[in-house]
Design a protein around this ligand. Structure first.
Ligand code: PMV
Length: 335
């Protein structure tokens, strides 16, 4: 196959981020926003990447020490490109073949906000490139290669994001050494979720490193918090399967408090999380790495308009989402 388009979904971590890095279980769901990677083999050996369609959250204006500072999300786009490059390199090594390829990337969601875009980029690139080369990798192989990409770019990573980008749905996931455990959960009711995001002050890598340093300094305390996050996840599994949304909300709030104790929330994130609760959310929490970025709020369907409108008063970046069960998908464009 010379021309292929592959896509993979973004995700929200319903429970267990950060603790999952240390082997505790997390519950993660794929959402109805995807990343698309078009791949076309080249006659030469070059890797060309066109990522001009990567949507970023734009220009950030902040005031620090009385001075106005303006930054852009350009760096985040560059970081997404790092995952693309690594995905090509590791897939070539795995298959023992390397060919030049032109890649075009498009995202339906903000990049680097905590919605698993780096994993979706990696997984879609592995699927598109390997198909172009004439290989049909299994989902297990794609997820495993994706995890290697994340570990090699980030230093430390759990297999959570790359698993959900590959398999889709709602998964309980944990790992021991190199063994990954994935249990699909059958959630018995709709999960009306509102995602909001604020400017990201730190990357996922920074936040994972921060938790590691805190754990090295205060092992007993931090291990206790991580263990409680793991327990929250296990309690959440039961109420999610029963469709008891009120209890799911309560556990989301507990999970957010534990993440706060780890120091991975921020003033702006807390503002959004608490505003959501004031506007009638059943529960709300940061999602993903933290340090700014995305948060989720769960609500009953009849409150979704109010919740969305109130959240827009504190950040312009608000969208509704639903779980979407489709993982990585490949379409052949031509031979
Ligand atoms: O920020 P995201 O969407 O890449 O999510 C990171 C989730 C962590 O648990 C903090 C890290 C990981 O590798 O699982």
């Amino acid at each position: 196959m010379r021309r292929v388009v592959a896509s993979a979904p973004g995700k929200v971590t319903l429970f267990g981020e950060h603790a999952v890095v240390y082997g505790y279980p997390a519950i993660v769901a794929s959402i109805d926003k995807r990343i698309y990677v078009n791949a076309e083999l080249r006659e030469d050996e070059k890797i060309r990447i066109n990522a001009q369609d990567l949507r970023t959250s734009g220009v950030i204006v902040s005031i620090s020490n009385g001075e106005i500072q303006i930054t852009t999300d350009y760096g985040r786009t560059l970081s997404a490109i790092g995952y693309l490059n690594k995905a090509i390199e590791l897939t070539s090594e795995y298959l023992g073949v390397r060919k030049g390829v032109s890649l075009e990337v498009r995202s339906e969601m903000p990049v680097g906000a905590g919605l698993g875009t780096s994993a979706a980029v990696s997984v879609a690139t592995i699927a598109a490139y390997s198909t172009c080369l004439g290989y049909e990798l299994s989902k297990d192989e794609i997820a495993r290669l994706g995890w290697e990409v994340e570990k090699s770019v980030q230093g430390i990573a759990s297999p959570m994001d790359t698993s959900i980008a590959t398999f889709g749905g709602v998964l309980k996931i944990w790992f021991e050494g190199s063994t990954i455990y994935r249990v699909p959960l059958h959630v018995s009711s709709e999960l009306p979720l509102v995602v909001s995001y604020v400017e990201r002050e730190k990357s996922t890598r920074d936040m994972v490193m921060w938790v590691k340093s805190l754990k090295d300094k205060h092992p007993e305390l931090v291990n206790g918090i991580l263990e409680h996050i793991g327990r929250t996840t296990l309690e959440a599994e039961k109420v999610l399967v029963e469709g008891n949304l009120r209890e799911v909300g309560v556990l989301m709030n507990i999970n957010h408090g534990l993440l706060e104790a780890l120091g991975v929330s921020s003033r702006r994130l807390n503002e959004v999380v608490y505003t959501a609760r004031m506007a009638g959310a059943l529960g709300s929490k940061l999602t993903g790495g933290g340090g700014g970025g995305a948060s989720i709020a769960l609500t009953l369907p009849d409150n979704i308009d109010i919740l969305t409108n109130v959240l827009r008063l504190v950040t312009p970046h608000v969208f509704r989402t639903n779980i979407q069960y489709e993982g990585v998908k490949v379409n052949h464009l031509s031979d």
